[in-house]
Each structure stands twice: as structure tokens, then as C-alpha cells.
Design a protein around this ligand. Structure first.
Ligand SMILES: Cc1cc2nc3c(=O)[nH]c(=O)nc-3n(C[C@H](O)[C@H](O)[C@H](O)COP(=O)(O)O)c2cc1C
Length: 314
């Protein structure tokens, strides 16, 4: 179980904050939100925190299944304890539907903030990602036309402007990025040398990642949506995020989550109405495409298992 948790901890999280902790029982593992790692100026609603925890929960399900362990998941098992996000009970017998391809994608997936290649992403691959999200109860809307693409980019720019006025936002960004000797946060090696590139909305400090892409960036934008916006729907959307990212990685695609326009109420409502037809609650944007030539970004660090796992009191 400890090894499965260690693998699951490779999950993406906002600013690599890893806002989770685990309690181990005899035949169960419990996922809790670690509210000390919440970024209130960036993530006022706590959506990014819940998405991050949903992603680590799905990573755990994949890691357990790949090691042949069956599990039953109860989400938000105790209404009196809202930060107890999931109780995972281990079952004897083999796990059905182990997906070794997805499990091995856990170690190779990276958030890639460079410009992508000018090869188009085949529609069949995008359809697979849509099914991966649907299997987790979420909807993935592929942005298909220039108008909708421009609307998403507009929302990203407007959110960046709004965030520049939020007290504490720049401090959180500075505290969690460009750190190199830390087990959390985003290292300089994972940030583009030219911060004005495609991931320009978030004003990261200049990093070390060279951007060699010479052609047009043919990345596609995907909007992950849920039927409602309560914490349980956000947790499940995080599980869908993980399924989409791992499935894209398995197909050889590069990915980058973009959460800025969902962090600001006005731009989130704009995306809901302009891009999702007012019917779904947008949770996250995902940029997907073929990575440019050159080595992929290095793996980001993670906290030691001993810092995140405790035994349940007997
Ligand atoms: C909910 C969520 C929101 C994120 N938002 C952004 C974002 O706006 N911009 C960005 O470049 N990366 C974003 N990321 C990616 C994280 O920074 C990344 O997962 C983390 O630094 C760990 O690196 P890794 O994904 O390469 O393992 C987000 C990730 C999650 C789960």
C-alpha cells in the first residue's frame, strides 16, 4: 500500500502543492485534504485543491489495480469531516480491469509548458480522451473552432489581469515556484526560459526550459466540465483529469493543465456560458499536443512518503 501511495503521489497538483495526506489502516487507506497546503489567494474556492486530491485518488486506484489489489472507494464518507475525501477499502482477489499502460504513464507524465509541435492531434485520440473523462463521470469538451479557442484564450488573459489585483496572489506564486531544493513547488527546470510563451497567462518567473519549437503550435484546448460545482463533483473531476492526462501520456501526447480562468468567478462564468453553452460547470482547461523536439521536462519532486502517510490510531 505504501508503494502504491508513493506512485500515486506522482499525481499533478496546483503549483505542486501536494495538498493531501494519508492514513493507513489494516485493510484500508484514507485520503484527507491537507488544508495547510491550500493556496487561498490563487484558489479562493478550493477547486484546484479538490481537483489535485481527485487526481491523486485516481492515481492510487490505478496503482493498486496494477499491483493486483482490488479496492472499493467511498468518496466523502463522513459528512461531519469534509476533509476526509475518500476511504479506500482493499478487497481480496484480483482487481478487475488493471490498466498497466495507464500505470506506467504515471511515471512518464509531465506538465509540459513549452510550445507544442505543429503536427495536428488526431480526432481519434481526442475521442479517446473524451471517453476517459466520461468513464469517470465528467465531460471533456474539445475546443473545435477558432472562435471558441479565442474565447478560452480571452478568459485566460482576463483571469491573469484580475489575479494581478489580488493581494497575496503574487506572493503565493513566488513562494511556490522557482524552488530547487524543495520537495514541493515548481522547480526552475520546469518553467520556460521565455515566460511570454504559450502558457503565458500565469506569470511564472523565467525558468530553464528551452523552447525549440519553430513551427505553429497546434496544441488543442480541452475544457473539463462537471454537472455541478460541489466538492464531490470537483473531486470526481480531478479523477477524470488524471484519467485524461494518463491516457494522453500513454498515446505519446504532451499535456498542461491551465486553471487560471477557473480561479476567477467572472471568467469561470464566462467560460460556462460562452464555451459550454451554460449547461456544465467548467473545472479546468487542459492543453494537449505533440511535444517539441528536445528532452522532456524533468520529473518534479515529491514529498517523502513518511511526511504524508500516518498509521490510523488503533
Ligand atoms: C488543479 C491543477 C491546476 C493546475 N494549474 C496549472 C496552471 O494554471 N498552469 C500550469 O502551468 N500548470 C498548472 N498545473 C500543473 C502543476 O503545476 C503540476 O502538476 C505540478 O507542478 C507538478 O508537476 P508535474 O505535473 O510535471 O508532475 C495544475 C495542476 C493541477 C492539478
Amino acid at each position: 500500500m505504501r508503494r502504491a501511495i508513493e506512485l500515486a503521489s506522482r499525481a499533478p497538483s496546483v503549483h505542486n502543492s501536494q495538498p493531501w495526506r494519508w492514513y493507513l489502516g489494516e485493510r484500508s487507506v484514507h485520503l484527507y485534504a491537507d488544508l495547510r497546503r491550500w493556496l487561498p489567494a490563487t484558489d479562493h474556492d478550493g477547486r484546484d485543491l479538490m481537483l489535485s486530491c481527485g487526481a491523486v485518488l485516481h492515481h492510487l486506484r490505478i496503482a493498486l489495480a496494477a499491483s493486483g489489489v482490488g479496492a472499493t472507494v467511498r468518496r466523502m464518507p463522513n459528512p461531519d469531516e469534509p476533509d476526509h475525501l475518500a476511504a479506500v477499502e482493499l478487497r481480496s482477489g484480483r482487481a478487475p480491469g488493471a490498466d498497466l499502460g495507464l500505470a506506467s504513464a504515471i511515471s512518464t507524465r509531465r506538465t509540459d509548458r513549452r510550445s507544442y509541435h505543429d503536427w495536428p492531434v488526431p480526432e481519434a485520440f481526442l475521442a479517446e480522451l473524451t471517453s476517459a473523462a466520461a468513464a469517470q463521470g465528467a465531460t471533456l469538451r474539445v475546443i473545435g473552432d477558432t472562435r471558441a479557442h479565442n474565447q478560452v484564450m480571452h478568459a485566460i488573459r482576463e483571469a491573469a489581469k484580475a489575479q494581478s489585483e489580488i493581494s497575496g496572489y503574487d506572493t503565493e506564486l513566488a513562494l511556490w515556484t522557482g524552488r530547487d531544493a524543495s520537495p514541493d513547488g515548481i522547480p526552475t527546470a520546469n518553467l520556460p526560459a521565455n515566460p511570454g510563451g504559450v502558457a503565458a497567462g500565469r506569470r511564472f518567473r523565467p525558468g530553464e526550459l528551452a523552447d525549440h519549437s519553430a513551427g505553429t503550435d497546434r496544441a488543442r484546448l480541452l475544457v473539463l466540465g462537471a454537472t455541478s460545482d460541489d466538492p464531490l463533483s470537483q473531486l470526481r473531476a480531478g479523477e477524470a483529469l488524471s484519467a485524461v492526462l494518463l491516457s494522453a501520456t500513454e498515446s505519446g501526447l504532451a499535456t498542461c493543465p491551465l486553471s487560471q480562468p477557473l480561479e476567477i468567478g467572472t471568467t469561470r462564468r464566462y467560460l460556462r456560458d460562452a464555451v459550454l453553452g451554460g449547461t456544465l460547470s467548467p473545472q479546468l482547461i487542459i492543453r494537449v499536443g505533440w511535444a517539441p523536439s528536445g528532452p522532456p521536462p524533468p520529473a518534479t519532486p515529491r514529498r517523502a512518503p513518511a511526511d504524508t502517510i500516518e498509521d490510523l490510531p488503533r
